[in-house]
Design a protein around this ligand. Structure first.
Ligand SMILES: [Zn+2]
Length: 213
């Protein structure tokens, strides 16, 4: 209970900080699918599946993995997806010095070969962020991209349960859904999730497009 109140307060604060994105406008019938922690061996299957479903998504990539797989970075972009930063080695941002944090972000941006947006987007690993890290990022011109609905696919491995968590009703217009790469169960749940969202009249777009004015 205390934890959930704390989360509500934290989200209410985050929603008022310029440079931090969490939930898109509810005025258009759109939601964003986002996938953290790639690229990895399953990335081609994620990309093929999203092609089959006819949807675009945003991928928050780990810099060291992007550096090791430039061909996969190109492939996300070739298929029209948005790529953004998820730190260089998935270290928690509050544990890094200011200089180390900015260095991680710069190295990751180089590995991504530049981002779609004018301001580089970054999603903190584990969603872990304190005031110092937030101020450092926003002052350096980064957009901090959080999420509004966690599929919890890092702990929940049952595709049916994942699909229920991300069903229309639980998901509303403007939501940013959090998923992870490298997981068979996430792949198994996605067709059901996207089909149900489409049936409810919700379009799945990149996070960039969700927030574009
Ligand atoms: Zn992550």
């Amino acid at each position: 209970m205390v934890a959930s109140v704390r989360a509500l307060v934290k989200n209410a604060v985050i929603d008022r900080i310029p440079g931090v994105l969490r939930r898109g406008p509810s005025t258009s019938r759109r939601v964003a699918l986002t996938f953290d922690d790639g690229p990895d061996a399953l990335t081609p299957r994620y990309l093929d599946l999203l092609d089959e479903l006819g949807v675009l998504a945003t991928f928050f990539l780990i810099g060291s993995r992007a550096e090791a797989h430039p061909e996969l970075v190109r492939e996300y972009l070739r298929r029209g997806h948005q790529v953004a930063s998820h730190g260089y080695d998935h270290a928690r941002f509050p544990k890094l010095s200011r200089r180390a944090l900015l260095d991680q972000c710069a190295r990751t941006d180089r590995a991504l070969g530049g981002q779609l947006t004018g301001r580089s987007w970054v999603r903190p690993p584990h969603g872990s962020l304190d005031a110092a890290a937030l101020v450092t990022l926003v002052a350096a011109g980064y957009t901090v991209a959080m999420w509004s609905l966690d599929s919890c696919d890092y702990s929940e491995r049952e595709p049916d349960t994942l699909a229920q968590r991300c069903a229309p009703g639980a998901v509303i217009a403007g939501d940013v859904l959090l998923f992870h790469e490298g997981q068979d169960w996430t792949l198994a749940a996605l067709p059901r999730i996207v089909t149900a969202l489409h049936a409810a009249g919700l379009e799945c777009v990149t996070m960039h497009d969700l927030f574009a004015r």
